[in-house]
Design a protein around this ligand. Structure first.
Ligand code: GLA
Length: 718
């Protein structure tokens, strides 16, 4: 049986999705079904693609065996495991058998898009599988489109972005759980027979408890610099679900998807259901390289203004909370200038008049400045910022409403709430029903009005503090199954309108800290707020985890007074390894060494932006595995590098090991200089100012740690 199978597969039509490093190979079976036959390191000989056969067990179509690794396994056929697509047809039949119809490829920015068309032979239902392979970055992005021409609507109850199979003796999943001020907490488990599901059903602040990304170690738990690793992430700012299922023969299927929870989706004839993009990269040398793949890809092809500059800023949330006025803000703008940052960012508390936003109980929805607080309005703030010599940015939370607001009084039908049950409030607020096009217009209008009236507003921080509670859409009435999904699509419609009208407007994605961080939202946002937790110790862990999936350029990190017992230098050095900002009262610091230090640190960071934000990142020492942490960045031309070294909680007399840098040019000489030193202090390292070859720095390394709790050292290499 295996022999006839081999000849069948050799002659089978083959579809390859390839980057410079990875091959995903699919073949059409004699009965027209499409199977994945290979996913792994790129094969060097073209002829070998023809040779790959299905495993005998994976042969399919009933004729040879019971099932296979079907590329888009659908419900109700001979596949015994979790399907990628499930449709209840207009006549109530719940089975779908997809047959291969054809493939087309086209060049897209950075790579090649492959589109495979599959069709059910008994129902006019079509699934198109899209894959974009980014050759150089070794990233593949996959999504699907489902459509039909049946007489009446069908119901979709599984709609995965893609379906991938892996074959290894063992699988280790690292997923990241989360909470407010506790984002990106890794947990590694071995996947055993059966399913492991990572999902969320929070609606808006969807990633509050689960991050939309994972690391998969094949054969062994993912390691930084060795082993076969897959990094995957879904671009969906709503309910998502990753299913990992190990089958009876030890194969692993990975199904990234919108969470079908409470989302049986009615699709009308002629409509297309487009799934979110699933983005993945593989590496045979550990996570470090996989992360750099994602960083390069994200900057070049996905993130809004990914190759552009980023501004340093002074925010006022941690400093003033809601307690400010026009005069005190004008002072803060001068502080921002004196500190040396590019922008002042006004946070929550500037809006609403009938129910002024004095705290988080009222005002959301009424995006008019509180006249008593800010008599000259936003024009006055822009004016004061200009006078101070900084740009002006502003916080909004336009998807939300407080019941104490004029918006709520006027449009209760715009709000997600139960018509016949008690209301549950999260942070005293409710979520607007953005599946409703009128609400989309309103939300777009929040930003559009500010920009139209104040074209010099230079930045938005877009917050989203509440998950969806009291799930009921007044707009969707009898069709609640479509709501969760259409709500998120409504948000994207708004965001894409903003981007189309204001293509140069940088925006920070925030969600009660880092409740939203995904690559679909980042098409519209330039950066995201990693966490409200700015305690430098905790931040080192959070940033370490998030850096696996996102480039430093997208990761907002602000120096605050969280854990203010730590030195300002330590706090600043921690933030300097991401996108630096401040959210701290600078007044008491004026005239102190700390103040001189931060001014210099801002200048250093601004100078080093090309290395930190656009260079290659190498994570060297993990805070999860040590009392220390270190990472270095290297510019693309390898002429310039920055090394960050942190001491968290070293043990008494703990031996200090040298740190070997990575990514340097071995043949180049680098002068190593400690920067970000406190005024009037000198580097404690006697190699300071000396030259070393890249080879030495990468093989022998440098002593960069010390025994003191909460200290840090930053080195520039040129
Ligand atoms: C969220 C954000 C904070 C701040 C507050 C304002 O919690 O994460 O940074 O903007 O909202 O209410």
């Amino acid at each position: 049986m295996a022999v006839s199978l081999a000849s069948a597969t050799m002659n089978a039509q083959t579809v390859r999705v390839s980057t410079d490093k990875t091959d995903l190979v699919m073949k059409v079976s004699p009965k027209g079904r499409l199977y994945q036959v290979y996913l792994g390191d790129k094969l060097n000989n073209a002829a070998d693609y023809d040779r790959i056969t299905w495993n005998t067990y994976a042969a399919s179509d009933g004729a040879v065996s019971t099932r296979g690794h079907e590329v888009c396994a659908a419900s109700g056929n001979e596949d015994y495991f979790e399907p990628a697509v499930a449709i209840t047809h207009a006549d109530g039949n719940m089975t779908t058998y997809l047959r291969y119809k054809g493939v087309e490829t086209k060049a897209v920015d950075g790579g090649t898009e492959t589109i495979i068309t599959l069709q059910d032979d008994k129902y006019p239902d079509t699934v198109k599988l899209h894959y974009v392979a980014y050759n150089k970055e070794n990233v593949i992005k996959a999504w699907s489109e489902i459509s039909h021409n049946e007489k009446s609507p069908v119901t979709l109850w599984r709609y995965s972005s893609t379906m991938l199979y892996f074959n290894a003796p063992k699988y280790y999943l690292t997923s990241y759980h989360s909470d407010w001020a506790k984002e990106g907490q890794p947990e590694t488990v071995q996947l055993t027979a059966g399913k492991k599901i990572i999902d969320t059903k929070l609606g808006t602040r969807a990633a509050m408890h689960t991050e939309p990304f994972f690391e998969l170690g094949l054969n062994e738990p993912a390691k930084e610099n060795e082993g076969n690793v897959v990094l995957g992430t879904i671009g969906w700012t709503g309910n998502f679900r990753f299913t990992f299922e190990v089958d009876n023969v030890g194969g692993l299927r990975v199904i990234p998807a919108i969470n079908p929870y409470a989302s049986d989706y009615k699709l009308r004839a002629g409509e297309t259901f487009t799934t979110p993009e699933f983005i993945f990269t593989t590496s045979s040398t550990g996570t470090s390289q996989a992360s750099r793949n994602l960083h390069d890809w994200a900057r070049r092809y996905q993130v809004n203004m990914g190759m552009g500059d980023r501004m340093t800023l002074l925010n006022n949330w941690e400093n003033t909370g809601f307690d400010f006025n026009q005069k005190s803000l004008a002072e803060l703008m001068k502080d921002a200038k004196d500190l040396g940052v590019d922008m002042f960012l006004l946070d929550d508390g500037w809006f609403a008049n009938k129910y002024p936003r004095k705290d988080d109980h009222a005002g959301l929805g009424d995006w008019e400045v509180t006249h008593s607080k800010l008599p000259d309005g936003i024009p006055g703030l822009v004016r004061d910022a200009k006078a101070a010599g900084v740009k002006f940015g502003i916080w909004v939370e336009p998807e939300m409403v407080n019941p104490k607001s004029e918006l709520f009084e006027k449009h209760p039908d715009w709000v997600i709430q139960q018509p016949n049950r008690d209301t549950y409030y999260y942070r005293n607020q409710l979520v607007l029903d953005i599946s409703n096009p009128k609400v989309q217009d309103y939300v777009f209008g929040v930003v559009d009005r500010i920009m139209t009236e104040n074209p010099e507003v230079a930045y938005f921080k877009w917050d989203c503090n509440s998950p969806i509670t009291n799930i009921y859409s007044p707009y969707h009435k009898g069709n609640q199954g479509n709501f969760y999904i259409d709500h998120v699509r409504g948000i994207y419609k708004v965001m894409s309108r903003i981007k189309a009208k204001y293509p140069k407007l940088p925006m920070m994605l925030c969600s009660g800290g880092g409740g939203r961080m995904d690559y679909e939202a980042l098409k519209y946002f330039t950066e995201f707020w990693c966490s409200d937790d700015t305690d430098p110790y905790e931040r080192l862990y959070i940033q370490w985890s998030l850096s696996k999936f996102f480039p430093a350029k997208t990761m907002g990190s602000h120096v605050t007074n969280w854990n203010k017992n730590t030195s300002l230098k330590f706090r600043t050095d921690v933030c300097s390894s991401c996108k630096l900002g401040f959210d701290i009262d600078l007044k008491p610091l004026k005239g102190t060494d700390d103040y001189k230090f931060v001014q210099e640190a801002v200048a250093n960071w601004t100078r080093l932006k090309p290395v930190i934000l656009d260079g290659d990142q190498y994570r060297l020492v993990s805070p999860y595995e040590s009392a220390h942490s270190a990472l270095n960045y290297v510019s693309k031309d390898k002429a310039h590098a920055v090394l960050f070294a942190y001491n968290l909680h070293p043990r008494y007399k703990e031996p200090l090991t040298r740190v070997c840098l990575q990514g340097l040019d071995p043949n180049r000489q680098y002068t190593v200089t400690e920067i970000n030193l406190m005024p009037n202090t000198q580097s404690a390292f006697d190699y300071n100012g000396q030259q070393f070859s890249g080879d030495y720095l990468m093989k022998v390394g440098l002593e960069v740690f010390d025994q003191k709790d909460g200290t840090s050292h930053v080195f520039e290499l040129k």
